[in-house]
Design a protein around this ligand. Sequence first.
Ligand code: F6P
Length: 328
Amino acid sequence: MAREIQTIGVMTSGGDAPGMNAAIRAVARACAYYNVKCVGFYRGFQGMIEGDHCVMSARSVRNIIGRGGTILKSARSEDFRTPEGRKKAAKCLKEIGVDAMVLIGGDGTFRGGEIFSKEYDIPVIGVPGTIDNDIAGTNYTIGYDTALNTVIESIDKIRDTASSHDRLFFIEVMGRDAGFIALNSGVGAGAEEILIPEEDLGLDRLLESLKRSKRSGKSSSIVVVSEGDKIGKNVYQLADYVTENLPDYDVRVTVLGHMQRGGSPSCFDRTLASRLCVKAVELLLDGEKNVMVGLLDNKIKTTSFEKGLQETHEINKELLRISDILST
Ligand code: F6P
């Protein structure tokens, strides 16, 4: 392995995701294994700009693999969007002696990393960490599996009360502009309808589907709505529309919100984080830069930032068909 890199920095950026701590641990431990110094930056790019950092030894990451959130904290830095901010960050890295960075986050993180590494010739590897699963170059992002399980558990609980009161629940889930969480949790929880931004179901079809549910003898229903869905302006307006048009329905709304980002990571997310981050360190030591690591067909593969950011992670619309059949 090339030995020019003696210190690797790591940070977490964007919305936090379960498994980020497992990722930090894997970077620190892989660095220790390869005899490279590891430095953690707090609050993502902002910590790089301010030089807010700590040295991470193998022991400093003990017992964090199962903890939610991120011990390095996370933020979305406005300063880093400016050339002045990035200049300060490059200066800080130089002063601290950081030769390369592992950036754990979503597409905003990768976009920042790509510009930064080009401007200052600092090798950067991106590790996809977001509950949204909206990153091309990987089938799964760190945190997505845990978020899905959290959502499923919540929907199961709402189903209990929906069924006791013969109610229709609209449940809004996160995902920003992508419907991965809604679609997969909707199928997994047996929702009657799933509304995602990638497919415009239309209000008429929704009403038709709800009428059909009633006719088929269903007394309660669950509609999972992705926060990015466009057919209703928001989930409350959607619920009002259904109440006006189908007065027989007793409608309630639950917005799951930030609880979806918390909690102990699933085994899948811990393993994914461990695999991706060991690879990220090894790539840097091999002289690789400006790529993200991802899991494609169960193999760890790299994709250039450029390609990853241009492409869209396509959702599996076949699941909508499965959902239609199974909600009969
Ligand atoms: O990207 C993760 C995510 O949780 C999205 O699903 C959501 O739209 C957004 O972050 C919420 O961001 P914030 O925590 O800043 O409100």
